[in-house]
Design a protein around this ligand. Sequence first.
Ligand SMILES: [Mg+2]
Length: 213
Amino acid sequence: MIRLQKYRVVKLLDYRLFIFDLDNTIYDENNYLRKAYNYIAEMIFKKNSSLSVRQMSSFLISEFENNGRFNLYQKLLDKYDIGNFPLKEFLYCLRNVPIDCNSIPIDKKVQELITILINHKKMVSVLTNGNPDQQKNKINSIDFPHKNEIKIYYASSKGSEFEKPSPYFIDKIKYDSCVEKNEILFIGDSKIDSDTAKNSCIDFMNINQIEQL
Ligand SMILES: [Mg+2]
């Protein structure tokens, strides 16, 4: 059971609207990326049957885990002869990897928190940066409760100047939900998320604080 002491739950339940970040807040993004990188390796293999899916997949995953996603395509290109698989295709596969609906589990404590909130008739939204096609694919893949009751906002859908940490979408969600700023709690995992809350003049909680509540 989620470790929320009673008085803390009561305090948390003072808010009416809860906005969650998506990646590494609701679920572990590595679970999506591992599938995507494996899929990319399979698609490259279709055009280059002399290359090993397992090796390319391991290379992408370990490079990502050790050094992040920056320049990942170029690193793959430097290591393997994949000139017939352009960056455009790499990105298309990354964003559209076919994953079964609700097959990626979410963090147990987040699942419990969302269930508590919905049961208390709280409003719940998700605000995520990132390519909207990719973020929609993730939403479809992730198994989080009450999905149909949660409105998803894609901050990159309007252009990069409207992405977090811009307050634009927080203001939009506030307007759509008819709540005051002091009734909103933003829950995220990164500095971009805490900056978004600061820029929007709303309260923020880091998802890792849940354990300590
Ligand atoms: Mg995040």
